[in-house]
Design a protein around this ligand. Sequence first.
Ligand code: TXA
Ligand code: MG
Length: 586
Amino acid sequence: MLKEYHTLVCLPDEQGIAQAAELLRTGELVAIPTETVYGLAANALDADAAAKIYRAKGRPQDNPLIVHIDSLEMLDGLVTEFPEAARRCAERFWPGPLTMVLPKSKKIPAATSGGLDTVGIRMPANETARKVIGAAGVPLAAPSANVSGRPSPTTAAHVFTDLAGRIPLIVDGGACAIGVESTVICFEGERVRILRPGFVSAEELAEVVPAVVIDSGVTEKLPEQARVRSPGMKYRHYSPRADVIIIDGQKDAFIRYVRAHAAEDNLCCLAPAAWQAALPCPVIDFGADAVQEANRLFDALRETDRRGFAKAYAVCPPKTGVGLAVYNRLLRAAGFHVVCVSEKRATKLPGCAVVGLTGQSGAGKTTVSRCFAEHGFGVIDADLVAREVTEDGSDCNRALAGEFPSAFREGYVLDRRALGRIVFGDREKLDRLEQMIYPFINTRITEKIRGFASSGRRFVLLDAPTLFEAGADRFCDCVVCVVADEEKRRERIFARDGLSDEEITKRFSSQKDAAFYTARAEFVIENNADTAALVEKSAAVEQKIRELFDEPREEKAQGSAAPADPGSADLSGQSADSQTGAEHII
Ligand code: TXA
Ligand code: MG
């Protein structure tokens, strides 16, 4: 049973510090401010006191605690090794937001080290923290003073919200100066490995030690069974109740994305306050640079809860310097949900918006493309473009013939089957082919977009199965993807192309999964029902796109007339042509 406390909040004055020290000496818990976040402190040498921390926070037993010291003397006897690289780091960064993982001595109980034979040591810079450690006279184990899984606390009020009734005392030292937790490192010889990024950046560490590596767990989701060097990295973390989604892209792309999703319920953004005027939902100020973002992050996440938002779109912090620490925390708060909106994407042609259309085979792109065409969109079919650029004797064929001579006949005539035999099943050769052919295709696409724009088209649809892989999303103002369950796609491809199960499996194996598309596209159309439902969904998305670009729908009749642009005359047959590779939905 958890003991119930009447939680007091005291000032960081002499009396408050004496009260905190007394409680700590008698094996109790006290929340204290540090320069990073508030810590929930206990005597690090007392196994029972350390065990209370896990209970109060609801923290998994195998997640080790950081031990806080106020001087190098206090380090004596706590660790069995203190390598040269650690000494240099201490000289440069202590006191400060750096935690070093070192081999522990027997003095540190297993309860403190989470059963590991190492211990994380940090000498905080915050005056109050140092005074409390000094007055208690023992090293203090202190994880962040939040309930496990919640955003870390950067004010005494945050601590009170999470832990009132579970601990006797909170020392209120005001808002934390930095706002994200310390950098956690371990040593591999002279080399330093960053287990958790923090205010002390990889770049700064590299000034002191010969080599710095950033552990893959910092920005990647670890597989279930992975051996974890820093146990804290594997848990769901920093999460408010709202769904957090990171939108990775520049300001314009961010704003466009959120505007496209404005109809969603109870939405907010974590973005610079100055963007409010351009955004359709409340903005929680996330600051304008990485240092401010570090400072604001946890309070901003908690504010989504205080105000009851259901969803928060967050700008993506830079992935360098202290930005990496913010990104690492935000990734976990978002459960690794990141949408990449291309940075280069933005209308470069005044008056003409380009919409990308992509997705897996059998998902239903062709039907969607036909709907858009009927409503006046100029359509560019990337598969057709690929055929055009590889016509007999083309520059592209000349370039490819140098690399794949056996796929060409006299006069640079491409033998498609021969080329297929060379590249399918050989990832490296396929990559090489794509690298060579995409620039030719993209140049032709640009010409076609210009052609449509100069003939007065307001909207162009670029239908490309490998839109993202080819980098052609950079031509688009927004992207629509069509996805469908594998069984549905199989049925459709079977009915359309008469391929065997095995052939379909082979085709699927070279394609990306649905998540690849949904993580990158502004609009997702799920097509698991019939064509009528798909047509309806297409129309709804088209409507949203028009609203996005402030354009009412054009009359249907207008759409069927091909634009007077010679460069795109060859597109007229795009909507019903099985040799082109364009898809048909049954
Ligand atoms: O800034 C901070 O470090 C704050 C303040 C209060 O000092 N403390 C803090 O503690 O963030 P906590 O427990 O929330 O995070 C400790 C992190 C966890 O990710 C844990 O896995 C890692 O440090 N860690 C601690 N000891 C370790 C060890 N021996 N080996 C590997 N990782 C360790
Ligand atoms: Mg923590």
